[in-house]
Design a protein. Structure first.
Lengths: 330, 330
C-alpha cells in the first residue's frame, strides 16, 4: 500500500511541478503589467492543482500520451483560477490561501479584468493541444463555464432563500464544483482519442468525485483542523451558508432544534462563539455521519466507474486521488 | 446614390432584425432566472449591432453564405455585451442607453456573473457555425478577447498616468475597440472559406474602421448632438479622459494653454461649466480638424483595403457602413 501510494505520489508531484513551472512562465514579460502582474500574483498562490491532475490522470487511464494533454491541464487550472478571482469579489473575501485577494491587493477593476483575461487565456492554452476533435472539446469546455456561472448564480440565490432543498443544493454543487471536475476528466480522455464509453466512465468519476469533494468541504468546515492558512472552523455557519450539513439538519430537526436552525437563516449567520453549540446540534442530529455517508457514497460511485477502464497504472492514480481527497483534513 | 443607400439599409435592417430576434429568444425559459433574466435585460437595451453586421457584410463581400455566419454574428454581439457589462462596473456607470446598468439594477455579483456567462454563451454560439477551420476561428476569437482585456487594462492605467503619448493611445484603442471590429470581419470571411488574401483585406478594413470609429467617438463628445439617451457633451473632459483630442491638444499647446490642459489631468477632470472653455481651446488649437483628419485617414485606409474584394454588392455594404459611421451624430 505504501509502495503504491509512493508511486502515485511521485508521478503526481512530477506532473504538478511541470504545471507549476508552466503557470509561472505564462505571464513573464507580458504587457500591460497592470493586467499580467495580477494574473501572475494570483496563480502563484498555489492550490491543490486538482483539476490539471484530473486531466492528466484521465489521459493516463485511457492510455493517452500525457504530452498531448499538458496545455489542456494548464487551461483548466487557469479556468479554475478565473472562478476563484471573481468568486472572491462576490463573496467579499479579503484572503485566499493566506494572501490578499486580487480586489483587496489591487482594486475591483483589476480583479474583474484579471478574471476575464484568465478565461481567454484558458481557451488559448486549450487550443494548443486540440489537434483532433477540437469542436467537441471546446464545446465541452464552454458548456462547463456556463454550468459554473449557473452554479454560482444559484449559490448567490440560495443566500437569500429560506426553502432550499437538498436536491437543489446538490444541483448547485454539481454545477459549481463537480461539473468542472467532470470536464477535466472528459477532455483528458477526449484529447487522448478515447472511446465514448471510456470518456463517459472518466467523466462520471469526475462528477462523483466532485460531489463528494464539495460535501467533504462542507464537513471540514465543522470537523476540520484549523490552521494559519486554512479556513476558520464553523465559518460556513458564521456566514449562514446553506451547506449539506445545515440543510440536512434542518430536514431532521424538530421543535426547539429546528427553531435554533431557523435563527441562522433569519440572522444570516451566527456569532463565532455559537459555533460549538451548533456543532453539538449537528452531532445530536447525526448529520456529521450523514455527510460522511454521502461522501462515501459518491466516492464509491466514482471508483465503480473506473472498473471498465483499461490502464491499471492510470486507474491506480485515480483511485489514489479519490482516497487522498476523502482523507484530506483541509 | 439614394437607391444605393436604400438597398444597403434594407439588407442591413433585415439582417439586424434576425439578430435581434435571436438575441431575444436566446435566454427565454432558461434557468436560473437570477442569471438569465439580467442577460436578457441587458441585451434588450439595443445598440447599433455594428459587430454582427460586420460579420455578415464581411461574409457577403467574399461571396459567403450568410446563413453560415448567423450564429457567429450573434456570438460577437454577446461578446461585445460582455465587455459593456464589465466596463460599466469598472467605469462606475449607472446608465447605458438610457437604462440602468446591470450592477445598478441588480448588484455587483449579478453583473460580474452575467458578463462571465456572456463570454461562454458567445463561444457556444460561435461553435454552432464552426464546421470548418474551427481551431483557427476559435483562436482568432480568443486572441481578440485577450486584446480587449489588455486594452481595457491600458485604458484604466492611462487614467492615473500623466505622460500618455498619442501612439500609446492608438495602441490602446486598437486593443479596446478596433481589434473586435477586425475580428468580426476576419471570422465572417474565415467562416465563408475565403482566401488568406481576402481575410486579410476585410480584417484590415475592420481594424481601420475601428480606429476611425473610436476617434469619431472622442470627437462626438465635443461636437456631437446632446440628446436624452446619448452622452452629455464634454463628458470625457468632465471625467478627465485622455481622448485623442485631449492628447493632441496637450501635444500642440504652449504656455498658458498647456497649463489649462495640465489642470484637467491634475484635477482628474473639469467642472461641467468649464466645457465650453475647453471646447474653445480645442478649436483654437485646431485639434477638432486634426481629429477629423485622422478619422478620414482611417476611413480611407479601410475603404482602400476593399479594392481587391470580389463581390460588388457586399463591397457596397461595407462602403456604405463606413460612410454611415463617419457621418453619425451620436
Amino acid at each position: 500500500m505504501i509502495v503504491y501510494s509512493d508511486k502515485c505520489e511521485k508521478i503526481f508531484k512530477n506532473e504538478i511541478s511541470g504545471i507549476d513551472k508552466k503557470l509561472n512562465e505564462l505571464f513573464a514579460g507580458k504587457e500591460p503589467l497592470s493586467l499580467y502582474e495580477p494574473c501572475s500574483y494570483f496563480l502563484k498562490g498555489g492550490g491543490k492543482r486538482l483539476r490539471p491532475i484530473l486531466v492528466i490522470a484521465s489521459a493516463q487511464t485511457v492510455n493517452g500520451n500525457l504530452k498531448h494533454v499538458f496545455n489542456a491541464a494548464v487551461a483548466v487550472e487557469l479556468l479554475h483560477n478565473f472562478t476563484l478571482v471573481h468568486d472572491d469579489i462576490m463573496d467579499n473575501s479579503s484572503k485566499r490561501r493566506g494572501r490578499a485577494t486580487l480586489h483587496t491587493k489591487y482594486d475591483l477593476s483589476t480583479a474583474i479584468l484579471t478574471g476575464d483575461s484568465l478565461i481567454a487565456q484558458a481557451y488559448q492554452n486549450l487550443l494548443k493541444d486540440s489537434k483532433i476533435n477540437v469542436n467537441k472539446i471546446v464545446l465541452t469546455f464552454t458548456n462547463t463555464i456556463i454550468e459554473i456561472c449557473e452554479g454560482q448564480s444559484l449559490d448567490k440565490e440560495f443566500e437569500t432563500r429560506n426553502n432550499v432543498s437538498i436536491d437543489e443544493y446538490k444541483k448547485m454543487i454539481y454545477k459549481k464544483t463537480a461539473a468542472l471536475l467532470e470536464m477535466c476528466c472528459s477532455i483528458g480522455a477526449q484529447l487522448s482519442g478515447a472511446s465514448q464509453k471510456y470518456i463517459k466512465a472518466v467523466s462520471n468519476y469526475g462528477n462523483y468525485l466532485g460531489m463528494g469533494f464539495q460535501i467533504q468541504d462542507d464537513l471540514l468546515d465543522i470537523i476540520g483542523e484549523e490552521n494559519e492558512f486554512g479556513k476558520k472552523i464553523g465559518n460556513d455557519l458564521i456566514e449562514g451558508k446553506k451547506t449539506y450539513l445545515f440543510l440536512r439538519a434542518l430536514e431532521k430537526a424538530k421543535r426547539k432544534d429546528k427553531l435554533e436552525l431557523l435563527k441562522v437563516i433569519k440572522n444570516n449567520g451566527i456569532k463565532p462563539n455559537e459555533v460549538d453549540k451548533y456543532k453539538n446540534l449537528y452531532i445530536k442530529l447525526g448529520v456529521i455521519q450523514d455527510a460522511e455517508h454521502e461522501i462515501m457514497k459518491y466516492t464509491k460511485l466514482a471508483l465503480k466507474n473506473l472498473s471498465i477502464l483499461p490502464n491499471r497504472d492510470g486507474k491506480d492514480l485515480m483511485i489514489w486521488l479519490a482516497k487522498i481527497l476523502i482523507n484530506r483534513k483541509k
